[in-house]
Write a protein that binds this ligand. Structure first.
Ligand SMILES: Cc1cc2nc3c(=O)[nH]c(=O)nc-3n(C[C@H](O)[C@H](O)[C@H](O)COP(=O)(O)OP(=O)(O)OC[C@H]3O[C@@H](n4cnc5c(N)ncnc54)[C@H](O)[C@@H]3O)c2cc1C
Length: 470
């Protein structure tokens, strides 16, 4: 029987295991899948922690339903009926700028009324229609793209907070092409973003008239979706759907090439032979494992940087908070000079996140623009978050519940040159038949992107297993 070893049991590793099992069964292949996970729990960045009646998400708090990958996985696993869609509050997103919270406009009229962007800034945005399209294939930072097409104000108040919210990233270093390939493509295809919006809206109307099915997702962002007991149910549900062996507390220290396959060196000193190895571990972790067989590939992997982040959960008695908490929360542009990247009003988005009569706020701190925050003591972290919440939301009472989670390497940064690094990895992998990569280090950090990459790599693994080797 052929053995496939998967390193890492985050959503990428678990969904890849599932897709390989399904693909092998369909192809009539006898495959044994073994998943090896360093930690004593499954899920990687996914971890829903229940304490004192609060449900704190260590990492992600959901996935968006405007892409089908995670929903499809839930369908196949038979757990779609357990999904919980965020309530209407999630549509109300705010940006903190110039000393106040501004609701992020959802449409043209609300954009015109909003004070988030000044009139000169709005006119500059409208001028986007006349900015000549960049048709070359060169990589460009998100900041350069923003300044070029939309103006500095839109960069500071719209793009930078969005990049902080998704990647905890710095737009001055992040690659447009790798972070937002769709936007990169729209400029090339339609000549600009406003032109693209107009043409796509026209096409949607025509499709609807012609009776074609048109995506019903609310807005471009989709609806944040999770489970009653937190996003951990996604990892747990995927693991429960596997017939593979999932071994936790097993760290892979090295990968050696042996005749016709690989030998994994485990931290315990044991070894495990496999015909195919699929790494779903972060790039930096895989770099350490490959040092012995391919130092240059290890170097390419190490060139993918990561941003650190503190996730800070504060619970309060609802009666102590004067402010209306109907909303998703807010992001803060870097220019505002605050200690935090933003705060999510978790208990307003999903039920069951705080005990009756209480609320849960989750603030993000650090990221690529403030990496030193990871070294602050717990007391300093708490004090800075409290100071920001006081200034931004007027909360000047001690939280009743505090949890601080630290991610030394929270989110991979697709900086300019990321595309070239991926091409180099592709070439380097040619020297290692039977070695495959998935995970958030390469083609997207959202849960949907991770599931998508794992589905695609599973197809390649099955194709490889179907081809006689030798
Ligand atoms: C704070 C935060 C908030 C986020 N919010 C959202 C959100 O709301 N929505 C969204 O879609 N995405 C969000 N993301 C992004 C998303 O959570 C991640 O991109 C995704 O979970 C990564 O999954 P993965 O399986 O690729 O990697 P990981 O979850 O990092 O899994 C990799 C696994 O490999 C294991 N591993 C490492 N080294 C070894 C080794 N040597 N041997 C064996 N195992 C090893 C690790 O222990 C880990 O379990 C967030 C991320 C963070 C950090």
């Amino acid at each position: 029987m052929t053995r496939v070893a998967i390193i890492g049991a985050g959503i990428s590793g678990l969904s890849a295991a599932y897709a390989i099992e399904q693909g092998a069964a369909q192809a009539g292949l006898e495959v044994e899948v073994v998943v090896l996970e360093k930690e004593n729990r499954l899920g990687g960045k996914i971890w829903s922690i229940q304490e004192e009646g609060y449900l704190c998400e260590w990492g992600p708090n959901g996935f968006l339903d405007n892409k089908p990958m995670t929903l499809d996985l839930c369908d196949r696993l038979g757990i779609r009926d357990r999904l919980l869609r965020s309530n209407d509050n999630a549509r109300k997103r705010f940006i903190y700028a110039g000393g106040e919270l501004h609701r992020l406009p959802e449409n043209g009229p609300s954009f015109l009324k909003s004070n988030l962007i000044s009139w000169p800034g709005k006119l500059r945005l409208a001028y986007e229609m006349l900015v000549p399209a960049n048709t070359g294939a060169a990589d460009e930072t998100l900041a350069d793209f923003g300044r070029r097409r939309l103006g500095s104000e839109a960069l500071d108040r719209l793009i930078a907070p969005m990049v902080a919210g998704i990647f905890a990233g710095d737009p001055e270093t992040m690659s447009l092409k790798s972070c937002f390939p769709r936007i990169y493509q729209l400029e090339r295809e339609y000549g600009g973003l406003i032109k693209a919006m107009v043409k796509l809206a026209r096409k949607k109307r025509a499709d609807r008239k012609a009776g074609k099915v048109v995506s019903s997702a609310a807005g471009p962002g989709g609806i944040l979706t999770s489970f009653q007991n937190g996003i951990q149910e996604l990892a747990g549900g995927t693991a429960a759907g596997l017939s593979s062996e999932v071994r936790t507390g097993v760290s892979v220290a090295g990968i050696n090439a042996v005749d016709g396959g690989y030998q994994l060196l485990l931290d315990s000193g044991e070894t495990l032979d496999a015909d195919v190895v699929l790494s779903a571990a972060p790039a930096h972790a895989l770099a350490g494992m490959l040092e012995g067989i391919d130092a240059s590939m290890a170097e390419t992997l190490r060139d993918i940087p990561y941003a650190p982040m503190n996730v800070v959960c504060f619970g309060y008695e609802k009666a102590k908070i004067a402010r209306n908490l109907d909303g998703f929360g807010y992001l803060i542009p870097k220019k505002e000079g605050k200690g935090i990247l933003g705060t999510l009003w978790d208990s307003s988005i999903f039920p069951n996140r705080a005990p009756e009569g209480h609320v849960l706020l989750r603030s993000m701190m650090g990221g690529a623009t403030n990496p030193a925050a990871i070294d602050l003591s717990d007391d300093e972290v708490k004090a800075r978050v409290m100071a920001d919440l006081k200034e931004i939301m007027g909360i000047d009472v001690e939280p009743d519940f505090v949890r601080i989670f630290r991610h030394q390497r929270a989110i991979p940064q697709y900086t300019v040159g990321h595309g070239k690094r991926l091409l180099a990895l592709d070439e380097q992998l040619c020297a290692h038949p039977g070695l495959f990569l998935t995970g958030n280090s390469y083609f997207g950090v959202g849960l949907n992107d991770c599931v998508n990459s794992s589905n695609q790599i599973a197809e390649r693994v099955i194709a490889y297993l179907k081809t006689p080797q030798g």
